[in-house]
Design a protein around this ligand. Sequence first.
Ligand SMILES: [Fe+2]
Length: 277
Amino acid sequence: MPEPGPHRRALLTLPADTAVGGDERSYGLGPELARAATRFGRTLGEAGLLHVTGVRVPPVLPPTPDRPYAELGHPIGTESPLLALASLVGEVISFADWHAGARVQNLYPLRGEASRQNASNAVYLEMHTETAFRPNTPDALVLLCLRADERVGTLVCDLLDVWAGLDPGTRRALAEPAFAFRLPGGTLTEPKPVASQWRGRLRFNYAEALCAAGEEYERPLRALRAGIEERTVTVTLRTGDLLLIDNTHLVHGRTAYRPRYDGTDRWLQRCLIRAAA
Ligand SMILES: [Fe+2]
């Protein structure tokens, strides 16, 4: 895998400060991280990826649940600081049909979801911008690792880097409303552009499952996929690692793995964020 170019600028690692005036039960976030989150929010559109290590999480966690968190609902202790951090980036949003509308979403493998394309699966999670083409697609997301599984790789790719390597014809095609999802019956959803404008910058909506609505768009889509494959980097999340992802120009995914479904599986918390007006 080649060393990414501009991605190195985007892929920052920041050790978290100790909790703000915290005691043993407090999971506050330090001033350096607060400043970095504020800066991240101000630069959305080119903020890339911020990888923070050493965020304080409860030393003793309950077992990783075996059913959707909406059925459990008790807080872990990291929810308030995570919401506070996300609020420095922008406005935390949620969807009524996702995680029962929760603003802090708990992600872990579920046996019944193993082969689906969602964050609770066990198969390769395809590269995507979060909720691609949805009317209220988030501009950023934050992931906090409560319980790690070092066999698992979080995959990220900066589409601005990929774009820089594409020829003008391919770029023009990707900016046309010509990309859609194929529904089970074979019909396509309304075709939309992969590349569009947002606040004077390029914005991408992408999912590996996209198909071209027209033969002339197949090669550009293949070129984009090849660029993503070439420039994807793997981040191994450890307990207390936090990722801020600029969803306007990064795609993310996850390697396949074998969950144990015994209470020791990987467990993340996530917030979806809309940029401040
Ligand atoms: Fe995702």
